[in-house]
Write a protein that binds this ligand. Structure first.
Ligand code: GCU
Length: 423
């Protein structure tokens, strides 16, 4: 009897302590089910105007955008969200191993590229990546580049996933990689494990420990998080492409899914050499508006992925209204270059509507350049692509980069940077 009583009170006590601890130590780490997916519960918010400077002046022309507002916004995203990127290397050397793998049916050449920076102790390898180039092309080709576009360790790499459901457009080829090469594009992929692992304990291994050997722990106030380092790595792949005669480096699209979609947007915002930017289901910290607090929130992403953003971003945990920017301005930083934002219907965590609204709210900046962006304020029906310089679709199905998405990106790329667009 005595024993039973003790056990019961012990459990009650432990339960109370556990709930107190859960509430105080990590108020925003919950399961995905505990977040808001109800449109009627989205808080009222006002988006910062991309065309008004911090000191309140209206931006009325493309020159003022370029010389004042764009640098100001870029600085805010660097200091408050992603952190300042590592230094741009002054000189790089490359080591390229070329092969003609069987699985490409003679269509392409695979290049495994290592990127080195000269140093006092000899060249230091910064990162490596894998590039596939269509074999038959006589002229330099446009290219896609992204983080983890496919598994480079596999003998049979397939960018993207196979479609999980039929949305009316079967893949016009055996494999997506064949289709991409057939349509005249090269494609390159980087693996974070090679230069900035996606892990809160080890993300400093590689580029960060090379440039900042004295630093440790999570990113400091304005220090680069992993997203900034991955974006920096994408720029290094573009450095390589600029001197590869088979690639037209003026027609390179940066692309990514989910955390790599956030990375593609940030890479494209910072490095204007990217001619086209594609964000697939990038969600919070990507294309989705933070102020909507729909699905994943700023607090949740900072708590669960403390190595992705700079420490200053934590100031906005549960205080999104105090952010001096919102993610529509990240999309706007890509203007006047083409950008494509895509969502998936069953991907509430990434807030498909917030992704669409961010794309739509970037439109006024494209208009400054006399370019039509989305050209609509209404989210299109499922599986329909819209837009001129800002493309958008919402696909049926789940959080994934599918063949369907790729076919839309290839069409959009054809329009802006494709083989037929060569000078
Ligand atoms: C998690 C994370 C998202 C991210 C996603 C992914 O779900 O919360 O922000 O986009 O992982 O990268 O797959």
């Amino acid at each position: 009897m005595y024993c039973k009583k003790m056990t019961l009170s012990k459990w009650l006590w432990l339960g109370l302590m556990a709930s107190l601890f859960a509430n105080s130590a990590s108020p925003s780490i919950g399961t995905a089910d505990e977040f808001n997916y109800d449109e009627t519960k989205v808080p009222d918010y006002e988006l910062p105007d991309p065309l008004v400077t911090v000191d309140g002046r209206a931006v009325k022309d493309a020159d003022t955008w370029r010389s004042r507002r764009r640098p100001e916004l870029l600085d805010l995203f660097e200091s408050q969200v992603y952190g300042r990127r590592p230094p741009e290397p002054k000189e790089l050397t490359f080591d390229v191993a070329e092969s003609r793998p069987e699985y490409l049916h003679g269509k392409g050449v695979r290049k495994d590229v290592k990127v080195f920076e000269p140093g006092p102790d000899g060249p230091k390898q910064l990162l490596k990546f894998t590039l596939f180039v269509p074999r038959e092309s006589e002229r330099p080709v446009p290219a896609f580049v992204g983080v983890h576009l496919f598994d480079t360790a596999s003998d049979n790499p397939l960018p993207g996933n196979l479609l999980q459901e039929d949305v009316g457009e079967p893949l016009p080829g055996e494999k997506l990689l064949d289709v991409i090469l057939d349509r005249g594009y090269a494609i390159a992929t980087l693996n974070p494990d090679d230069f900035c692992p996606d892990d809160k304990q080890t993300f400093r291994q590689g580029v960060l420990e090379h440039y900042y050997p004295e630093r440790s722990g999570p990113p400091g106030a304005e220090e680069p998080g992993a997203i900034a380092v991955w974006a920096w790595g994408l720029s290094r792949a573009l450095d390589y492409m600029q001197q590869d005669p088979q690639i037209d480096a003026n027609r390179v699209a940066v692309i990514g899914h989910s955390r790599r979609g956030k990375t593609a947007l940030w890479a494209g915002a910072e490095d204007q050499r990217f001619a086209l930017v594609i964000s697939n289901d990038s969600g919070c910290g990507g294309a989705a508006l933070s102020r909507r607090r729909f699905g994943e929130t700023v607090a949740r992403i900072n708590n669960v992925f403390p190595h992705w953003f700079c420490d200053n971003f934590n100031q906005y945990n549960d205080r999104e209204g105090e952010l001096p920017i919102d993610q529509h301005e990240l999309v706007a930083l890509i203007a006047p270059r083409p950008v494509y934002v895509a969502s998936a219907q069953e991907d509430g965590w990434a807030d498909p509507k917030g992704e669409f609204l961010a794309a739509a709210a970037a439109e006024p900046v494209y208009r400054l350049f006399d370019r039509q962006g989305l050209g609509t304020d209404e989210q299109p029906p499922l599986n329909k692509s819209v837009g001129e310089y800002i493309g958008y679709h919402i696909r049926s199905g789940k959080h994934a980069l599918t063949d369907y998405d790729w076919l839309k990106y290839l069409d959009f790329a054809d329009k802006h940077i494709g083989p037929a667009q060569a000078n």
